[in-house]
Design a protein around this ligand. Structure first.
Ligand SMILES: [Zn+2]
Ligand SMILES: [Zn+2]
Length: 358
């Protein structure tokens, strides 16, 4: 499979997309390049066939490469690189050059849009360090600086859905009134049926198309501002990781439909006001004109394994929203309890000693 590399035309150094400049920059000679300069390199993506660039793979020895993995030959250092078959952009582990797997971005796999990273690695590391601060019972592996440095900028594949919901919903409502009449306290409950029908349009609902990413985690990274999305270009991936989708739009549609239905029911319910209680009696929501666009959205990711469990932390690379759970080290908890016990013992001893002196 063909690889694309981003090298500085001035010094042959590895190029990176600079999120602050929104341009490609050479960190060695400081040259800056507009994104349009690299447009031509992406022309091959529109063809389904991988053209004559395939010859490069013929020199790669794929024997012994595990299922689900793919072998590439780095054009800079010649090393054989084995990557997960869904990888669309990465770095050569030997020479650190950014590489883009063109075959995973061509034809049907070509994303329509991309939200470029707005926040850099420094911002991601700061957010993670802040997330850790004050957590005394945290296992050391989480706060180790070398580990924090491993935080990676990943363009996660997403399906971005538009949909229209036509709904007719029936609510059972009550209005309760209490008043006093003579010696009696009277509670009067009136029953109403409210009916709402109409349509709602939904735009830009993102659902990740990656098996690797937990749907709950990616949903908590929302919202993404899709109005800042730009037409896809591989140059945005220089220096970052990217995966191609391995969950189809059809498979994601079920999750989207569920979300659309739930928020339709909620929005309609918001219009049924002035009652003491409102219960949905029956709802009929039909979804129409569903479309999905394929896009790559920016996420900073840090994986940590501890005590046989995997922990994942993620930051929205556009807004800085941070999510992830931290474990609590029980052995540290014991230690702290012991230290407290020791301090109490010393204090008791001191008091005892003072009393003795008196
Ligand atoms: Zn340069
Ligand atoms: Zn290399």
């Amino acid at each position: 499979m063909a690889l694309l590399e981003y090298k500085c035309p001035c010094c042959a150094g590895k190029l990176e997309f600079d999120s602050a400049l929104q341009k490609v920059k050479c960190p060695f000679c400081e040259s800056e390049f507009e994104m349009s300069v690299f447009q031509q390199l992406d022309e091959a993506l529109d063809s389904q066939v991988e053209e004559n660039l395939d010859w490069q793979t013929s020199t790669v020895d794929t024997w012994g490469v595990d299922e689900g993995m793919k072998a590439y030959s780095c054009q800079s250092c010649g090393a054989q690189i084995v990557m997960d078959e869904t990888t669309a952009a990465s770095k050569c582990p030997y020479c650190d050059n950014p590489i883009v797997m063109m075959g995973n971005l061509s034809g049907d796999l070509k994303p329509e849009l991309i939200i470029p990273f707005k926040l850099d690695k420094k911002a991601a590391k700061e957010a993670f360090t802040k997330h850790l601060s004050g957590k005394k019972l945290l296992p050391k592996v989480f706060s180790d600086q070398n580990h924090i440095d491993e935080i990676k900028g990943v363009y996660v594949p997403y399906w971005i859905f538009d949909s229209k919901a036509e709904a007719s919903i029936k609510y059972n409502c009550t209005a309760v009134k209490s008043f006093t009449e003579g010696e009696y306290r009277i509670t009067e409950t009136q029953h109403y049926v409210a009916v709402r029908s109409g349509s709602l349009e939904f735009e830009n609902i993102p659902v990740d198309g990656s098996k690797k990413m937990d749907d709950k985690l990616t949903e908590s990274l929302e919202p993404f501002d899709l109005s800042q999305a730009v037409p896809f270009q591989t140059a945005y991936m220089a220096g970052y990781m990217a995966d191609k989708y391995d969950v189809s739009a059809e498979d994601d549609a079920e999750r989207v439909n569920e979300r659309v239905k739930n928020s339709t029911v909620r929005s309609f319910k918001d219009t049924v006001t002035g009652y003491t209680t409102v219960e949905v009696e029956s709802s009929n929501v039909n979804l129409k004109n569903g479309t999905a666009k394929y896009g790559l959205l920016p996420v900073w990711v840090l994986n940590t394994s501890w005590n046989g469990n995997n922990y994942i932390f993620a930051m929205n690379g556009q807004t800085g929203k941070f999510v992830g759970d931290l474990p609590c080290d029980n052995s540290l908890k014991k230690k702290i309890t012991w230290i407290t016990a020791a301090v109490v013992a010393v204090a008791t001893f001191a008091v005892g000693y003072i009393i003795h002196l008196l």
